[in-house]
Design a protein around this ligand. Structure first.
Ligand code: MRU
Length: 353
């Protein structure tokens, strides 16, 4: 399994996901600006992967501040603010930066900056290592939802190893359920406009010989109507306190279709994807990306010049469409406001330990 993020000898290697599957190429990030640009361009993408990359970006930035003798503390604040601006929807980005800043804040301003940088590096490595562990737990809990051997599942976008530090969330569950003989096939929405399903998810599954059928996004309803899938599994970019889920554009349509066809719709996400500060999905900022992503296909313009284009990168699925949310603490069932309040308390208890 290829790793999306590698930290080695003080350099952050990011697998360039915009080139996959045609080319396997890593971007060597030696400064925080390269990391910020990679997040913006989706060279590294997927909520947990963005969070981990930003954490290492902050380490690179802090290190630069020592070597260039710039003012260390205001510099850290500025770099953190710049990294926060790279993408607005996945809350893992903000969660990781906040976690890094809280480590820095344990030191007073007279501390040797080299000590602070070492602590930041430890924290970024902890964020990455924990993501692996968390995804393993999510996968094991999620696989328990599948009891029979005849499931075909549908997924949207890429919530796999590429979108995380390892294993994946929704795709981690699929991998685990496959290994336990509970899933026989995975239908993958191609996920327009940037084809994370076709380029990344289909590729990850094929590499592990998990039977995969690629469909275009507009085929999902027909596949469901014909009884070809028995469950839907997706990841998430931000989950509100009431269980509304932001994920890749098109997820909402799949959820509505699943409900209409009586098919369970599962979301798999770590606690770092929950935004305990917002009451509902109405408060989730939705990224709008460049019109070129929609007007062109494979680098070739397909839409007429000068036409108006709307390109939201995410949508919000209201909680009533979601059968269960799989986390590292277990499976949450409706009513989500209560389940998520318990999760928030659990998380606080764990942080205190
Ligand atoms: C485990 S990743 C979950 C989500 O981040 C994923 O489904 C998704 O929507 C990614 O969007 P992207 O725009 O490719 O970063």
């Amino acid at each position: 399994m290829l790793q999306s993020i590698i930290w080695s000898d003080g350099v952050l290697q990011l697998l360039n996901q915009t080139l996959l599957p045609a080319k396997i190429e890593y971007i060597s990030c030696r400064d925080w600006q390269t990391v910020a640009e990679a997040i913006r361009r989706l060279e590294v993408r997927g909520a947990p992967a963005i969070g981990a990359a930003a954490a290492f970006g902050l380490v690179l930035g802090a290190r630069e501040l020592i070597t260039t003798n710039e003012k260390f503390w205001p510099g850290i604040t500025e770099i953190a603010a710049a990294l926060r601006k790279t993408r607005p929807t996945a809350v893992n980005l903000f969660w990781a930066i906040d976690r890094m800043l809280s480590v820095a804040s344990r030191y007073d301003q007279g501390t040797d900056p080299a000590i602070v940088v070492a602590a930041l590096e430890d924290e970024a490595q902890a964020i990455a290592a924990e993501d692996k562990e968390v995804n393993k737990k999510i996968s094991l809990y999620g696989a328990q939802l599948f009891t029979r051997g005849e499931y075909a599942v549908l997924t949207h976008c890429n919530a796999g190893a590429l979108a995380t530090v390892a294993f994946g969330t929704a795709l981690g569950v699929i991998r685990q359920a496959w290994a336990e003989g509970k899933i026989r096939r995975v239908f993958v929405d191609e996920t327009r406009p940037l084809l994370q399903g076709a380029r990344l998810t289909a590729w990850e599954l094929a590499q592990e010989n998990i039977p995969v059928t690629l469909i275009t996004d507009n085929m999902a309803g027909w596949v469901m109507k014909n009884g070809m899938v028995q469950a839907v599994l997706v990841g998430a970019d931000r989950i509100a306190r009431n269980g509304d889920v932001a994920n890749k554009i098109g997820t909402y349509s799949v959820a509505v279709l699943a409900k209409e066809h009586g098919i369970p719709f599962f979301v798999a996400a770590p606690v770092s994807t929950f935004d305990f500060t917002i009451a509902s999905g109405a408060d989730i900022p939705i990224e709008e990306r460049s019109a070129d992503e929609v007007s062109s296909f494979g680098g070739i313009r397909v839409a007429p010049e000068g036409i108006d284009i709307y390109n939201p990168a995410f949508d919000v699925t209201p909680n009533q469409y979601i059968t269960a949310i799989i986390t590292e603490y277990g499976v949450l069932r409706p009513p989500y406001d209560r389940a998520i309040a318990n999760l928030a308390n659990n998380e606080k208890i764990n942080l205190r330990r």
